[in-house]
Design a protein around this ligand. Structure first.
Ligand code: FAD
Length: 392
């Protein structure tokens, strides 16, 4: 006989979407179970750059889009959580940078002029010079302009560990989830010797969501993947920088974030346009060579001789959109009966996703039930970020 586990909400997937939602629901008094196939911390989440966007990057596309507006509250909400006054207590999380920067290497002034003229940008960006520049740009040969954005950068591994600690006994290692479907409705989940019954099941499985939907007999919602080819470089010569380097187009030429590696050095994690379509088409050697040339052009003073280079292929998983444009908000579909499907679309939007779930639960009259806390269950292990394992 399987062991029956009754809960209010079962969440599938232990990335930022699942862990954040789990912590929020538990704070609201819901009993939860979070089922993770492999490792806590997620796939995309531990590979993310940890930037809590406030929408400025998206405003570069010219007119402000819905994205810029919806995301504008996120830095303040994450800040409150970090200070212990927010919807979650993130005081244990390491903040890597109080600000993200926009860096114009000097050739894209026109683009920036119209950008800064936009009303929504007023008061949200400040120019910096001299000792206020990111340490990596403090060099006599530096030319260009740098603006400070009110956007935080988090150390994602410590974020994930903190959220996992707040999960109590709600975490279950679930390498194989089998659905129990009756009349087209998902009634329960089987995980090894456990049978899980919940009022709602929320899929937060990132790229794994499409396969789970099929496995559960659902055709909708559709998922899209955006492949990326990121570059990770480490070495003593690297000083901290958190910046979008502008290239004249609507997307940053490179987005650089800096992360602590186990030997006390820093690693730069390079994304932005460099990691998108052309970067995806390059093999590892060509991608590294491209990144080396970009840094040689942008930071000719940087001594690259002792740097170690790696690349990482990773997909962003999102709800399907026409033309592969970026979705504007966190996404929640609630039209498959007990089974809800969620993609945050950005790490920064995890609070927005949890709001959507809580609002919908309230609308459907779903309240915390009378469940006792679960006994200790097989717990999934914690995953590592690329800069923590690629150089091992
Ligand atoms: P994931 O983190 O992918 O987690 C999904 C989890 O579901 C995984 O743990 C997986 O093992 C589990 N799972 C899958 N299938 C199953 C199954 N069958 N059973 C049980 N569990 C399952 N956003 C920002 O806001 N700022 C950034 O700076 C940023 N940088 C990024 C950089 C990169 C390179 C990438 C790829 C993304 C970046 N993003 C950023 C986007 C952000 O990382 C994602 O939107 C977010 O992490 C998605 O979280 P998630 O929990 O939905 O998915």
């Amino acid at each position: 006989m399987p062991t029956q586990l009754n809960t209010d909400i079962a969440i599938i997937g232990g990335g930022i979407a699942g862990l954040w939602l789990n912590a929020r629901l538990r704070r609201e008094g819901f009993n939860t179970l979070l089922l993770e196939r492999t490792q806590l911390g997620g796939v995309q989440s531990l590979c993310s750059q940890g930037i809590i966007h406030g929408g400025t990057k998206y405003a570069l596309q010219g007119a402000l889009t819905g994205s810029s507006e919806a995301i504008a509250d996120m830095p303040a909400r994450w800040r409150a959580a970090l200070d212990g006054n927010g919807e979650l207590d993130l005081r244990g999380v390491r903040l890597l940078s109080e600000a993200h920067y926009l860096w114009s290497p000097g050739t894209v002034a026109g683009n920036l002029t119209s950008f800064f003229a936009s009303k929504a940008m007023r008061g949200r960006v400040d120019g910096v010079t001299g000792s206020e520049l990111p340490p990596a740009l403090q060099h006599p040969k530096f030319r260009g302009k740098v603006y400070r954005l009110a956007e935080l950068v988090f150390d994602v591994p410590s974020l994930m560990r903190t959220l996992a600690e707040q999960a109590g006994n709600s975490l279950l290692h679930a390498p194989d989830i089998q659905p129990e479907v009756v009349d087209g409705q998902l009634q329960a989940l089987q995980v090894g010797d456990y049978r899980i019954h919940a009022q709602k099941i929320v899929l937060c499985a990132g790229e794994g969501t499409e396969q789970l939907l099929q496995h559960f007999g659902q055709q909708q919602p559709k998922q899209q993947l955006r492949p990326l080819h990121m570059v990770v470089v480490k070495g003593e010569a690297l000083k901290p920088i958190y910046a979008h380097c502008l290239g004249g187009g609507s997307k940053p030429r490179i987005t650089i974030t800096t992360h602590p590696v186990p030997n006390g050095q820093w690693a730069w994690y390079l994304g932005g346009n460099l990691a998108e379509a052309d970067g995806v088409a390059r093999d590892e050697a060509a991608q590294i060579s491209f990144a080396q040339n970009e840094l040689r052009t942008l930071m000719p003073w940087l001594d690259q001789s002792a740097l170690q280079w790696r690349t990482l292929r990773i997909n962003r998983a999102e709800p399907a959109q026409s033309g592969l444009v970026r979705p504007d908000n966190a996404f929640l579909a609630t039209n498959n009966g007990n089974l809800w499907t969620a993609w945050p679309t950005k790490l920064a939007l995890a609070p927005d996703l949890a709001d959507r779930v809580l609002t919908k639960l309230d609308k459907q009259g779903i309240r915390p039930g009378q469940h006792s806390d679960h006994d200790s269950l097989p717990r999934p292990p914690m995953g590592l970020a690329p800069w923590e394992h690629l150089f091992a």
